[in-house]
Design a protein around this ligand. Structure first.
Ligand code: AMP
Ligand code: MG
Length: 420
């Protein structure tokens, strides 16, 4: 290894590193899946309404359909009286035409018959019989159009209702099914290969022995890949042997859409990933980012695929994934906003430590009397993993000599994991 080159890395700002990644993204191809298997997938086509909603004049209440003038007064003492001429259940298209002075029993969701222009709920009516004829009395004022949803009142046929790139969630499921999209075109999920590097790493089923640790990053990353909407493939542990590593990476890059390695990107003597990235200098996007933790995080385009070198320290690996890999996966899946959402919250603890680089601390958000507050959780050294399970956000401590003080309004990236 050429030791003199090791420390000569130009640090990019986080935003610049993110933009370099986004500029090299190509969308995934598409496939058609059945709606029942589409939860969490991203639409690859714009969705239009295939009919009006409602498609017929729909009763909004169980009650009586009548014809009325624009407004008619009625009280319990001076009710309006109508002759009951039939009933209409939901799902039946009425063939009758209602005449003035007539009422028809009608159920919620049923088609209002021709001639009727108001539905009066049962609670405001009373039936009686006279000479074997049923009548209904209405004891409250009535207004034309009441409790009737007009054709196309909510959605018009042809209207654009879901943009491509949107995630299929319960609301989209409701719309897609109502318009008969029982099969939907979605983006193919990227295949993401995951490697751990380090001779100290043991497969998780093995017993510990001196100097060794179990490989935990691969499984943390697998969970993050799945949560981001991609499909993880475990490639195991790469020993700190550059030639072996290159051969394994070449194979994975051939088969996968993205490859992630963890570890080996800093300036240690066995940090083979750093050397591999340096050798790919034409396609290297960055090999140093101005942030803590995770400053040696690296990315390159090799064999037309994205290769990410995340730090080995679990905390740094976590941050690197959120800032760089997740946006890449989202962009490949057509998400309109691929980058992490940034909100603001009031820091609830002093954070005195200054740093030449912006810090991404694991944190917890809560609302105190309508004010959004955030605190750093415990010791968040990049090598510590205990608090990752409790983090619901990353809080950004700006670079500078002083850190941040309680009461400062700071930027926060909310995380997508349910940590309750
Ligand atoms: P490195 O980035 O290779 O210098 O590793 C930094 C630290 O992270 C070292 O203490 C490694 O032992 C640890 N580490 C590296 N890879 C993993 C992994 N897959 N799981 C857990 N810890 C790791
Ligand atoms: Mg290592």
């Amino acid at each position: 290894m050429n030791r003199s080159h090791r420390f000569q890395r130009r640090a990019l700002k986080v935003e610049e590193a993110q933009n370099r990644i986004l500029s090299r993204i190509t969308s995934m191809t598409t496939e058609v899946v059945s709606l029942v298997n589409s939860l969490g997938r991203r639409l690859a086509e714009p969705i239009h309404a295939t009919n009006d909603v409602p498609a017929f004049r729909r009763a909004g209440m169980d009650g009586y359909a009548i014809w009325c003038a624009e407004f008619e007064e009625a009280t319990p003492h001076e009710p309006l009286t109508y002759r009951i001429v039939g009933d209409i259940a939901a799902g039946i298209a009425p063939t009758m035409k209602l005449n003035k002075g007539e009422a028809v029993r009608i159920m919620t969701g049923a088609c209002v018959p021709e001639g009727a222009n108001a539905v009066i709920m049962f609670e405001q009516t009373q039936e009686y019989e006279q000479n074997e004829q049923a009548y209904v009395q209405i004891k409250h004022n009535v207004r034309q159009g009441q409790n009737i949803a007009q054709v196309g009142e909510e959605i018009q046929e042809g209207q654009a209702i879901i943009e491509p790139g949107r995630l299929i969630q319960p609301g989209q499921m409701a719309l897609l099914s109502t318009f008969g999209y029982h099969r939907v075109k979605v983006y193919v999920q990227p295949k993401v290969g995951i490697f751990a590097t380090g001779t100290e790493l043991l497969p998780i089923e093995q017993a510990l022995f001196p100097g060794k640790i179990r490989n935990s990053n691969s499984y943390m990353v697998q969970a993050m890949v799945e949560a981001a909407g991609a499909i993880p493939y475990q490639y195991g542990i790469i020993p700190d042997d550059k030639e072996k590593a290159k051969a394994l990476l070449t194979e994975a890059l051939h088969d996968m859409d993205i490859v992630i390695t963890t570890g080996g990107v800093s300036v240690g003597d066995y940090d083979i990933m750093a050397e591999i990235f340096r050798e790919q200098s034409e396609d290297m996007l960055f090999n140093r980012v101005s942030m803590r933790p995770g400053s040696p995080t690296s990315a390159a385009v090799i064999q037309n695929k994205l290769l990410f070198g995340l730090s080995g320290n679990p905390g740094a690996c976590f941050v690197g994934f959120e800032l760089f890999v997740r946006p890449a996966i989202r962009a490949m899946l057509g998400a309109k906003e691929a980058l992490p959402t940034i909100m603001e919250a009031f820091l609830d603890t002093d954070y005195e430590k200054g740093s030449p680089h912006v810090r991404y601390e694991r944190g917890k958000l809560w609302i105190d009397k309508g004010i959004v507050k955030v605190k750093s959780i415990g010791v968040t050294k990049s090598s510590h993993m205990l608090s990752i399970q409790d983090a619901d956000c990353l809080l950004l401590i700006p670079s500078g000599k002083t850190g941040a003080a309680k009461g400062d309004l700071i930027q926060v990236i909310p995380l997508q994991y349910d940590v309750t």
